[in-house]
Write a protein that binds this ligand. Structure first.
Ligand SMILES: *Cc1c(COP(=O)(O)O)cnc(C)c1O
Length: 397
């Protein structure tokens, strides 16, 4: 089928929920993807911070092939080995004692919201339900996580929202302290706001939030759906801040490209759930868990990938800073590891399109923030290629 026909079918049959590029991707290998016309692109989107090991990593592919031949799905009324092994490895590698698996980021957030309310009522025996979240946050699109997401433009037209969320400015621990009341049961925050424009808080912010949660018996819940799994140069972003949460949500980079989400908690917080209190049909299925396990084992065994994401991030950020010093329309560059942003004083769409024409996939969030989140296995030469291309594009402006 020729590309224009595929795009016509897309118009005809798909709901109009995304501003998609007119591009049909048919193959990926490592840091590169290929379209239906055979063009090659360097991928600085990575399925939105998802393909951390690049596309079709051989170890993930083999794990999927083997597991697909053995067992793809069974009910959570039974045990399956990939789910247990994956939970064990996540526990070994994090603050957590217990794991609940689901299929996506938003489901992990829903699980966290339910756990927080139930923890307060069933474990602490205090009837509290409010969760404090941050302005500019992004926690997902289902009704609970949408209510947690303090962005009016995403919530508008979907009211009434799920009640029980209180919004405060990001990067302001004092505002969290002032917002705590007798209804508050948890604080939910991203270590770096991803969709909100790659907003990095001050050093000490997460530690202050941890302190507030301890003082008021609140669950400290980190949404590491975008920042987790090595993206920021540590396995989890909370490691930079030298804090440990009670609850953490993972998804995106967890599955090596497969759809999977997870809620990780301390054993104390995990007491909230008992048989029947929460569940899912597909969550923790053997196929997705086998892919995630292969991806996780690869990252753990190769002890270069995560620190090199930090090193490459520093090189990349320096390159972006250099561009900023030469183009006045660049308002700021920021980020950590391989989650970087460049804020422009105009809409970034045209730059995304220009990069596409040059063979680079990049993303733009909040209209004016170019976001770069390549696979963690990218090379510094590939980063240079993008920086040179951006320079050429900016020069023509
Ligand atoms: C992407 C994202 C989500 C939602 O994940 P989905 O899998 O799209 O539901 C939630 N929180 C953060 C921080 C994200 O980046």
């Amino acid at each position: 089928m020729i590309t224009t026909d595929i795009l016509t079918d897309a118009q005809t049959y798909l709901m109009n929920t995304y501003a998609r590029q007119p591009l049909v991707l048919i193959k990926g290998r490592g840091t590169k993807v290929y379209d239906s016309d055979g063009r090659e692109y360097l991928d600085f989107v990575s399925g939105v911070a998802t393909n951390n090991l690049g596309h079709c990593h051989p170890r993930v592919v083999v794990a999927l092939q083997k597991q697909a031949q053995r067992l793809m799905h069974v009910s959570n009324h039974f045990h399956n080995e990939p789910q247990i092994h994956l939970a064990r490895e996540l526990v070994r590698r994090s603050f957590a004692d217990k794991v609940f698996f689901c299929n996506s980021g938003t489901e992990a957030v829903e699980a966290a919201v339910k756990l927080a309310r139930r923890y307060s009522r069933e474990v602490l025996r205090r009837d509290r339900h409010e969760i404090i979240t941050m302005r500019g946050s992004f926690h997902g699109r289902t009704m609970g996580s949408l209510a947690a997401t303090a962005q009016e433009k995403l919530q508008k037209t979907f009211e009434p929202l799920v009640p029980g969320f209180r919004y405060v400015p990001f990067n302001d621990a004092g505002a969290v302290e002032r917002a705590v009341n007798e209804q508050t049961c948890a604080v939910l925050v991203e270590p770096i706001q991803g969709e909100g424009g790659v907003n990095v808080p001050n050093d000490g912010y997460l530690r202050e939030l941890r302190g507030i949660c301890d003082n008021h018996d609140l669950l400290f819940m980190l949404d590491e759906i975008q920042t987790g799994m090595g993206r920021t140069g540590k396995f989890f972003a909370y490691e930079h801040a030298d804090v440990s949460p009670d609850v953490m949500m993972l998804a995106k980079g967890l599955g090596g490209g497969m759809a999977i989400g997870a809620l990780l908690t301390t054993s104390t917080a995990a007491q909230a759930f008992s048989p029947g209190s929460h569940g899912t049909t597909f969550g923790g299925n053997p196929l997705a868990c086998a892919a995630a396990l292969a991806s996780l084992e690869t990252i753990i065994e190769d002890d270069i990938i995560v620190p090199s994401a930090g090193d490459l991030g520093r090189i990349f950020l320096k390159g972006l800073e250099d561009l900023k010093s030469r183009y006045a329309f660049i308002k700021s560059v920021r980020g950590q590891g391989l989650l970087l942003g460049m804020e422009l004083d105009f809409e970034g769409k045209e730059i995304v399109t220009a990069c596409l024409k040059e063979g680079f996939l990049i993303n733009c969030t909040m209209d004016t923030v170019l976001r770069f989140m390549p696979p963690l296995i990218i090379s510094s030469e590939e980063i240079d290629l993008l920086l040179e291309t951006l320079d050429r594009i900016f020069k023509k402006r």
